[in-house]
Design a protein around this ligand. Sequence first.
Ligand code: GDP
Ligand code: MG
Length: 201
Amino acid sequence: MDHPRKERTLVLIKPDGVQRGLIGEVIKRYEQSGLKLVGLKMFVPTKELIEKHYLIDPEWRVKTGQKTIDSYRKKGKKPPSEDPLKITEIILNNLKRYMVSGPVVAMVWRGMHAVGIVRKITGGTEPLTSDVGTIRGDLTIDSYEVSDIDGRAVRNIIHASGSPEEAEKEIVLWFNEKELINYRLVSEEILYDVNLDGILE
Ligand code: GDP
Ligand code: MG
């Protein structure tokens, strides 16, 4: 296994993040953590790309459908269907409409525990309950309930890979290896160097 400092993760700023003028704020938050930006581009994705992206994990349909049913029950509400697959069919269609509605910013961030650090900075999926201090908790206001009533995807600004394995599969989908840059940042010296013997003259 590669050293954890070489971990990579995919981040997408979704169309609502771009429209709200949050590109700079979002990049700032990841950049300040010490992670390294190694790939960056902006374009309008196709529905095919979005479908491939969400179906990379063969379990996604069942897991997300079940999660939705559970979250309705927890709130004492009746889920829109008892069949997880029916629910994810709707979620996926809404996601496809949302994600191709305008440009998105796709990025690859690299560094120690990149996946976990980015998830922490991003916050939980539903803005209503995402922690304060996170991107989804601070910068937007949506909920599953309202997005379901309105028949649209939850506008939560960001996609961030869920695990290192998922990240590697997603990166191949969104980037050519040639678009990703191998380089050193001077700050890596203080983040990773074991001996710290290059500072004092
Ligand atoms: P993420 O990794 O935090 O983005 O969350 P997931 O991978 O679990 O879900 C991917 C996307 O599916 C989310 O960004 C939401 O748009 C949608 N989604 C996930 N869970 C739910 C849910 O319970 N209800 C609704 N309406 N949408 C959901
Ligand atoms: Mg996910």
